[in-house]
Design a protein around this ligand. Structure first.
Ligand SMILES: C[S@@+](CC[C@H](N)C(=O)[O-])C[C@H]1O[C@@H](n2cnc3c(N)ncnc32)[C@H](O)[C@@H]1O
Ligand code: SF4
Length: 487
C-alpha cells in the first residue's frame, strides 16, 4: 500500500496521477495532512514551504529520501510561455527523480501526463526551435525519454503535412454504429452486443440517415465542404450487409468526402457481401483489427475470431481491391509475453498492410482484470513490445503519423499509428489535432465546432441506441440548432 500527501498546493490530482505511474500495481491512498506513513510500505509527501517546497519519500514511516527546492530559481522564457504553472513541472520533476531512484523505474514519458503530447512538439516548432533542440528541451523539462521526444517531432512533421492540405472551411464526419458481435473484456467504449439489439437496427439506420440529411442541409447552406467520412463503432460491420448499405448510401447521398474509411474492425463481423457493400459505396480505407494473432488470447478477451479468420478476411479484402488496409494491435493483453507480441508483429510483416497501430493496453485501475496481476506484462516487457512495434514500422518503410496517450496505459506507454508514405489516414490526425469541425452522427457521437485553436464547442448525441432512436426528432433538432449557431 502506498500513501500520498500533498500539503499546501492545488494540483494534488496531477501529482497523484504521477505517483500511479511508479506504482501501477499498488493501491494508493491519499492521506490527511496530519497523518503519518507508519502503516504504509511507501509514502510520498509534498509540502509547500516558505520560498519553495519539500518532497520526501518514506518507507514504513521513515524518510529514505528528501529534497528541498527553492522556487525562486530562474525559469526560462520558453518554459514560462509553454507551461501555465512552471512550479508544477518543478515539483513533478523532483518527485519523479526521487521515485525513480527509489523504484529503479524510469518512466518513458517522464512527468508528461496529458493525452496529446504531440502538441508539445508543435509548440516547440512554433517557437522556432529545431527538432533536436526541441527534443532536448522536452527531455530536460518533462524528463521524456529521448526516443519518445524524437517520435513526437516526427509525428508533428507528418501531422503538419496532412494539416496543411486540409481544405479551408471544411468539416469531417464520424458515423457511429454502437454494436459489436461480442463485448471484448478490455473495452471501455460502451458498445452493445448486436445479438440483443438486432430488432432495432433498421430503425437505427433510419435515424442515422435522417440525422445526416438534416445536418447536410444546414452545412450546405453555410458553404462548408466535406473532407473525410469515417464509419466507426463499435463495429460498423456487425449489422447486416443490407443495413450497412442503407446507412452508407444514405450518408453518402448527401455528403461527398475526399477520404472514406470504414473501421470494420472485427474479422468475425466481416464477409464478402459486406466488403462488396463497402466497395460499392467507395470505401477506400479499411481497418481489419487482429489485436493479437494468438488464438488463446482472442478466446480469453472474448473476441470470437481466430488468427486464421484475420488472414482469410484480409486476403479476401485484398482480392476485392481494397488498397489501403490498417490493422490495430494491443500490446500487453493478459497472458501475452514479448514473444507473443513479436509473433503478432511477424504476421503484420507477412500480411503487409499499408498501416498498423500499436495500442498499449488500458485498464481502469479498479477493473477486475487489473487484479489479475501475474498474467500481465510489466513495464519493462511493455516497453519491449512497443519498441518492437516501432522497429517493425521502420523495417516496413512506415512512419508514425499520429500518437496519443491514455490514462492507465500499461507501462505508461502510448498509442501510435504507423503508415507507409501517402497512406496516412487524414481523419485520425484531424481527430487528434482538433483543428477541423466534426459532425458526429449516430448514438454516442460527438460533434465539435472549432471556434479557434483553443476554443472547441461540443454537442453530444445520446449514448443508448434505443433512447437515441426514440428521441431522434429531439436529437436532430438539437443538432440543427448547434450547427446553425456554431458554423
Ligand atoms: C475504437 S476501437 C474499436 C475498433 C474495433 N471495434 C475493434 O475492436 O476492432 C479502436 C482500437 O482501440 C484499441 N483498444 C480498444 N480498447 C482498448 C484498451 N482498453 N486498451 C488499449 N487499446 C484498446 C483496439 O486496438 C481497437 O482496435
Ligand atoms: S469490438 Fe471494439 S468496440 Fe466492440 S467491444 Fe471489442 S473493442 Fe469494444
Amino acid at each position: 500500500m502506498v500513501g500520498f500527501k500533498c500539503i499546501g498546493c492545488n494540483f494534488n490530482t496531477e501529482l497523484f496521477e504521477m505517483l500511479l505511474i511508479y506504482f501501477e500495481r499498488h493501491e494508493v491512498a491519499t492521506l490527511a495532512d496530519d497523518r503519518d506513513f507508519t502503516e504504509y510500505e511507501t509514502g510520498l509527501s509534498i509540502e509547500i514551504v516558505d520560498g519553495g517546497y519539500v518532497v520526501s519519500v518514506c518507507e514504513k514511516g521513515q524518510v529514505v529520501a528528501s529534497q528541498k527546492v527553492d522556487e525562486s530559481k530562474e525559469v526560462s522564457p520558453a518554459v514560462k510561455e509553454m507551461f501555465v504553472a512552471p512550479i508544477k513541472n518543478s515539483i513533478k520533476r523532483t518527485c519523479a527523480t526521487l521515485l525513480e531512484q527509489y523504484t529503479k523505474y524510469k518512466a518513458p514519458w517522464g512527468i508528461q501526463t496529458g493525452v496529446k503530447p504531440v502538441k508539445l512538439a508543435t509548440m516547440c516548432k512554433r517557437r522556432g526551435m529545431a527538432d533536436v533542440e526541441g527534443a532536448d528541451f522536452l527531455a530536460k523539462e518533462l524528463l521524456i525519454r529521448q526516443d519518445k521526444c524524437e517520435v513526437l517531432f516526427k509525428v508533428a512533421e507528418n501531422e503538419h503535412k496532412i494539416l496543411e492540405t486540409t481544405p479551408q472551411n471544411s468539416y469531417s464526419i464520424y458515423v457511429g454504429t454502437p454494436f459489436c458481435p461480442t463485448i471484448c473484456s478490455y473495452c471501455s467504449f460502451g458498445s452493445y452486443p448486436i445479438g440483443a439489439y438486432k430488432a432495432c437496427v433498421e430503425q437505427y439506420v433510419d435515424s442515422v440517415v435522417a440525422e445526416a440529411r438534416a445536418a447536410a442541409k444546414v452545412l450546405d447552406s453555410k458553404g462548408l465542404t466535406c473532407d473525410c467520412v469515417y464509419f466507426g463503432g463499435g463495429t460498423p460491420t456487425s449489422i447486416e450487409a443490407s443495413q450497412m448499405d442503407r446507412m452508407m448510401s444514405g450518408v453518402l447521398e448527401v455528403f461527398s468526402p475526399k477520404e472514406l474509411t470504414c473501421e470494420a474492425g472485427r474479422p468475425d463481423s466481416i464477409n464478402e457481401e459486406k466488403l462488396a457493400v463497402m466497395r460499392k459505396n467507395g470505401v477506400d480505407r479499411l481497418a481489419i483489427n487482429p489485436q493479437t494473432m494468438k488464438a488463446e488470447t482472442l478466446r480469453r478477451i472474448g473476441r470470437r475470431h481466430t488468427p486464421e479468420d484475420t488472414v482469410r478476411i484480409y486476403e479476401l479484402a485484398r482480392s476485392m481491391g481494397f488498397g489501403n488496409i490498417n490493422m490495430d494491435l494491443i500490446a500487453g493483453l493478459e497472458g501475452e509475453t514479448v514473444e507473443d507480441f513479436e509473433n503478432t508483429l511477424s504476421w503484420i510483416k507477412k500480411l503487409d498492410p499499408e498501416g498498423f497501430t500499436v495500442h498499449s493496453l488500458c485498464l481502469k485501475r479498479a477493473s477486475k482484470l487489473m487484479k489479475d496481476q501475474g498474467a500481465r506484462a510489466d513495464a519493462k516487457q511493455m516497453d519491449a513490445m512497443v519498441d518492437a512495434g516501432y522497429a517493425l514500422a521502420r523495417e516496413m518503410g512506415m512512419e508514425p503519423y499520429y500518437l496519443y496517450r491514455q490514462k492507465n496505459a500499461s507501462g505508461n506507454l502510448e498509442n501510435t499509428g504507423f503508415a507507409k508514405p501517402g497512406r496516412f489516414c487524414r481523419y485520425n490526425v484531424l481527430i487528434e489535432e482538433e483543428t477541423q469541425h466534426i459532425l458526429g452522427l449516430g448514438a454516442g457521437a460527438v460533434s465539435k465546432a472549432v471556434k479557434d485553436p483553443v476554443n472547441l464547442e461540443r454537442c453530444f448525441n445520446i449514448k443508448d441506441p434505443l433512447q437515441y432512436i426514440a428521441d431522434i426528432d429531439g436529437q436532430i433538432a438539437k443538432k440543427i440548432d448547434f450547427l446553425k449557431k456554431m458554423y
